[in-house]
Design a protein around this ligand. Structure first.
Ligand code: ADP
Length: 394
């Protein structure tokens, strides 16, 4: 029997899951992973083994709730992976506020605390909670752990946490928190294997959501996402930072309300809005449309600009790391960013970049550049195993 940790990442329309074997040393091995997509339309379940071979599929004719999807996932694992036993579940939770210094074992108090944070993340937290509750209801004996996307940035210096707003708003929680923390934490763990000497590092997490993190000795000291999923870099469908005056203008002059602004800022902007073609970087790179090319340039321009800003916050730069879907797979984007960052003494090795590195800067480049794959799910499995081991007995 293999003891396994079930990792769950519950979104509004999908639940992604992965199983990892509990292991005493090193990274826990992946057993399999999958998802239920289209929860609100025509849900489809698919699971693959550790080699990427599809080993299970299912479809439902109409919408199902998060709880039904979770139950199906657990039942499928119990029926098909008969040599594994799920010993705990680890959840990705987008936001844990300012109080949690790390992942927590979920109990009624933790659920209430996360619930109280819903006004900060109304688009995400209810779905994270729905998955937690479904498991707590149907499998009350199973320990659950919440891993928050912001806690890695608890080390941000106070100035990096502040907006220049009246003080009382900071006290109400309106501050710069930062996200993609599980990805950054995983990279911080891996970095010594690649660049053991690097002290000041900027990591570029470039997926459908995108941000940068400035790390000093593996600790976050500045980051581009802040209070919500909207700050910093342009993303697949999100704006990144814009002048807040634009929002006032749209409200006052064009009568846009909060719902219309939310749609504009979260779903209609970014690579999709600028290109009018797609939110997917693969489509943009393959497109002959000049608007697609401009969206790609704008993305690279903002990344390079913010690399400079974060290098300034670090007061120096030793290494730049690319990760996540675009960072790991799009040499074109890495090349554009590195060329714009030449002034920082970063010299791209074009051949190494084309083949994915891992080192993509020349041997004599004073600042090194790297491609390091991230693994947020494995980071959650590590945290969950850790908390399980150290939880008080009884
Ligand atoms: P998320 O987990 O945030 O949904 P990912 O980290 O999977 O996102 O990244 C998704 C992005 O990565 C998409 O824009 C996709 O186009 C891009 N991507 C994946 N593979 C490639 C590739 N080979 N070339 C360019 N972009 C890629």
């Amino acid at each position: 029997m293999t003891d396994a940790i079930l990792v769950i990442n519950a979104g509004s329309s999908s639940i992604k899951f992965a199983g990892y074997a509990v292991s005493n040393e090193g990274d826990p091995p992946l057993l399999g992973k999958g998802q239920v997509e289209g929860l609100k339309t025509e849900p489809r379940f698919e699971v693959e083994d550790a080699n990427g071979t599809t080993v299970g599929e299912h479809a439902w004719p109409g919408p199902i709730r998060h709880g039904a999807a979770i139950d199906f996932i657990i039942d499928w694992i119990q029926a098909n992976a008969t040599d594994t036993r799920i010993v705990a579940a680890g959840h990705r939770v987008v936001f844990g506020g300012a109080d949690y210094a790390g992942p927590v074992l979920i109990d009624a108090g933790a659920i209430a605390a996360i619930e109280a944070l819903i006004p900060f993340f109304p688009l995400h937290l209810p779905h994270n909670l729905a998955a937690i509750r479904a498991l707590a209801d149907d499998h009350p004996e199973l320990p659950q752990v919440a891993c928050f996307d912001n806690t890695f940035h608890q080390t941000l210096p106070r100035l990096a946490q502040m907006f220049a707003l009246p003080r009382k708003l900071f006290d109400q929680g309106i501050r710069r928190y930062g996200f993609h923390g599980l990805s950054y934490e995983y990279i911080a763990r891996k970095l010594p294997e690649y660049a053991p000497e690097a002290r000041n590092v900027v990591v570029a997490h470039l997926g459908s959501g995108a941000s940068l993190c400035a790390m000093r000795e593996g600790k976050s000291v500045e980051t581009t996402l802040s209070f919500s999923g909207l700050d910093g870099l342009p993303m697949g469908t999100r704006t990144g930072s814009i002048d807040p005056g634009v929002l006032l203008y749209l409200m006052q002059d064009q009568g846009m309300d909060a719902a219309a602004l939310e749609r504009l800022l979260y779903r209609e902007s970014g690579l999709l809005g600028v290109s009018g073609v797609s939110n997917d970087m693969r489509d943009l790179l393959a497109s002959a449309d000049p608007h697609a090319a401009e969206a790609v340039e704008l993305f690279a321009y903002h990344i390079a600009k913010q690399v400079g800003a974060l290098a300034a916050a670090l007061e120096g730069l030793d290494a730049l790391v690319f990760t996540a879907g675009i960072g790991e797979n799009a040499p074109e984007i890495r090349a554009k960013v590195c060329h714009r960052a030449q002034w920082l003494d970063l010299r791209l090795d074009a051949a190494a970049n084309a083949t994915g590195g891992p080192r993509i800067s020349t041997a004599d480049s004073p600042v090194s550049a790297w491609v390091i794959p991230t693994d947020e799910e494995r980071m959650i499995a590590l945290h969950t195993a850790d908390l399980l081991e150290h939880r008080p007995s009884g």
